[in-house]
Design a binder for this molecule. Structure first.
Ligand code: IVH
Length: 672
């Protein structure tokens, strides 16, 4: 290749990799798989090797991507946070073993570990107290996300052990388990928000959230894998991790010391299959020289240590044919393209469909119907299309164009500026109506027994319900005429509908399906405004005073109530007897014993009054729950392992610290 040709390709690769770094580290929305990213990076590294005169320190090959976000304080890493050299091939791995053996003069002992697929974190302890928690940032400077890290139960905030170094750093990965990820995405979908692509993105996105109460609710976990400092106890990485475990750190069991290549390959092969049974995602195996002295001898390149390597598992991929593209209309009117595929076996399940996300994705892939496509199942539940095999394309096929009209009602689709999705704005569009009704009756909303998706469809097809309000007009005789209903099932359904009139206001508000108003926000709005009329008449300013409500939610609430159809629906539901205010006789009336008091709850507590419950009690009894200690804090309720900074500050400001039992006594709950 000529130099000018190489320069062109190098520039292109650098641009692409910079965009992908931003998508991955900052936006937490990668558009290509790790494997594809590594191929691009490898291309760049090879070209820069061939033309060393074109190397530039600003090239993505020379530095780690940056995840710095606004809103956090930044600090320099005492030890740079480098990445690991990685490979997908056993040949490369063998080359790494020979290189190391040559440099050291012998085959060293290796520690083999899981490569946790989350967001890396560096925890800094002084005199046993957690002082800072820095994200990787650009490898040199990171964001201090300690307020979020403090919500992770398994990270000790204060270590009580003998002989701990006065100052040390411990690194690990912040993770979200797959079941928490699924719950979170369900909640997001219910609130009409965009779901996270996989648990890694969800963990990384959560870690960079500015509101720690959201983080608390996301139940992050942290696995530790690297102890650093001038006075760390042992010359063995493995022993250091073992002692860190005894100090209370969550060091996973899955580490193995290996003294031969075969043992290492056995470990890799074991986890290649077994990884599917873990409750979290791993994307490979990390192999580290175990002796710290040998690590020091081997040293670092600009980007990664010479004493460690990551062997990455290929995401499971397979080729199949794209038969057609269908479009689904969600309850908010969002259009989602879905690929129908020739059924194929992938990661143990038969795959018939793959998500295509939006028009940008289709355009980026340049898809033609009939193409042979490569699909991959990573952390995602639904597989995605990675690329098209152009060699197998039928020459007569034409590029697929995104639809312009709604597939259900034919209205012209709208695409807002800065939004990737297309929307159908016709509120009478059948799937939107049915979607709204399904959301309204769902368990977390009005929880109507005896009424499910199929029944909604049947009632809609027969013209018995055209909107949510019609549910309350259904007569027994009408449904007895329908095929699926007998006397008993009709009575059950009507009893379920009747019972939903007791559902409290906060759930009714969630049931209305206002975009971005999920369960938690609905609860906060209901408690703050107390009744629907106050909420209808609220201004943006009023709304922004509510915890967790930002511009996006406020504007969605205002838009919803500006629509006369929404007011009409609420009036009909009011007439049917639905609860539209918080002060209900059938709800427990709590005395305002904590009114005017600002309360901090910190540490972990045992059931039945765990932390969540205690926070709820503060709320119910009229107190104000605050996250940090200040002069105006009335008292702190402290449990096991309370936040050390909070305790320190409380002692300094003379804020009273009480136990959960004392707190319960204050609100006349005794006997626990
Ligand atoms: S050791 C100097 N061990 O992988 C290298 N890293 O690509 C220190 N990771 O930034 C890292 N599991 O976020 C190490 N068992 C493990 C790991 C691990 C996941 C992540 C970590 C690191 C990245 C490197």
């Amino acid at each position: 290749m000529k130099k000018d040709e190489a320069k062109k390709r190098i520039d292109l690769l650098r641009n692409q990799l910079t965009i992908h770094n931003n998508n991955y580290y900052v936006l937490n929305k990668p558009t290509i798989s790790d494997f594809e990213y590594d191929i691009l990076m490898n291309d760049l590294v090879q070209l820069e090797k061939l033309f060393p005169e074109l190397i530039d320190i600003s090239s993505p090959s020379q530095k780690v991507g940056s995840d710095i976000v606004k809103g956090f304080e930044q600090f320099t890493h005492e030890y740079p946070m480098l990445s690991l050299g990685n490979t997908y091939s056993t040949e490369d791995l063998k080359a790494f073993f020979s290189r190391t053996e040559k440099l050291l003069g012998f085959f060293p002992e290796y520690a083999c570990e899981l490569k946790f697929d989350g967001a890396s974190i560096s925890l800094i302890y002084e005199n046993g107290i957690l002082k800072k928690a820095l994200t990787r940032g650009d490898g040199t400077i990171g964001d201090n996300v300690i307020s979020n890290i403090n919500t992770i139960k398994s990270i000790p905030k204060r270590i009580i052990a003998n002989n701990i170094p006065e100052h040390f750093v411990i690194r690990g990965e912040v993770m979200m388990t797959r079941d928490v990820f699924e719950r979170l995405n369900n909640e997001k979908e219910n609130a009409g928000e965009q779901a996270f692509a996989n648990p890694r993105n969800a963990a990384a996105g959560t870690l960079k959230t500015l509101d720690s109460s959201i983080v608390l609710n996301r139940q992050l976990e942290c696995y530790l894998y690297f102890l650093l400092g001038d006075n760390i106890p042992y010359n063995s990485h493995f022993e250091n991790l073992k002692i860190a475990k005894s100090w209370g750190f969550n060091v996973p069991e899955y580490i193995k010391l290996c003294n031969s290549e075969n043992e290492i390959f056995d470990f890799i092969n074991h986890w290649e299959n077994e990884r599917h049974n873990l409750k979290f995602d791993i994307d490979g195996i990390v192999i580290k020289v175990n002796s710290i002295a040998q690590q020091e001898e081997l040293g670092f390149t600009a980007k990664s240590p010479r004493w460690a390597i990551a062997y990455k598992f290929q995401a499971e991929q397979v080729k199949t044919k794209l038969l057609s593209i269908a479009f689904q209309v969600g309850r908010t009117g969002i259009i989602t393209p879905v690929a129908n595929l020739e059924p194929v076996l992938l990661a143990g399940t038969t795959v018939k469909r793959a998500t295509l996300h939006n028009a940008d994705q289709i355009e980026m892939l340049g898809i033609h119907i009939g193409d042979t496509v490569l699909i991959e199942k990573g952390g995602e539940i639904i597989p995605k299309i990675i690329s098209v095999d152009l060699n197998l394309r039928d020459k007569n096929s034409i590029a697929f164009k995104f639809i312009e009209n709604c597939p259900e009602c034919n209205s012209k689709l709208i695409r807002n500026e800065n939004e990737a999705g297309h929307f159908c704005l016709n509120e009478n569009c059948p799937p939107q109506i049915k979607g709204k009704i399904e959301h309204f009756i769902s368990r977390k909303a009005m929880n109507i027994d005896g009424l499910g998706e199929e029944t909604v469809d049947l009632l809609y097809q027969n013209g018995l319900i055209k909107s949510v309000a019609d549910i309350y007009k259904i007569q027994k005789e009408q449904i007895l005429n329908l095929d699926r209903f007998a006397e008993k099932s009709a009575e059950n359904m009507l009893a379920g509908i009747e019972k939903s009139k007791e559902i409290p206001f906060q759930k009714v508000l969630f049931a209305l399906g206002i975009r971005f108003v999920g369960e938690t926000v609905a609860r906060k709005l209901a408690i703050h405004f107390k009744n629907i009329d106050a909420l209808i008449n609220s201004t943006t300013e009023d709304l922004l005073k509510v915890d967790e409500v930002g511009d996006k939610i406020a504007s969605s609430v205002i838009t919803y109530f500006q629509n006369p159809d929404s007011i009409d629906l609420i009036n009909k539901l009011k007439a049917a007897g639905i609860q539209f205010s918080e002060n209900l006789e059938n709800q427990i009336q709590y005395p305002a014993l904590l009114s005017g008091k600002s309360i901090v709850v910190t540490g972990s507590f045992e059931k039945p009054f765990d932390r969540k419950k205690l926070e709820e009690l503060v709320f119910n009894y009229g107190g104000k729950l605050v996250k940090s200690v200040s002069k105006s804090t009335t008292f702190i309720v402290a449990g096991e392992k309370p936040g050390p900074d909070k305790i320190e500050k409380a002692e300094k400001l003379n804020v009273q610290i009480i136990s959960a039992t004392d707190f319960l006594k204050l609100i006349n709950l005794t006997g626990f």
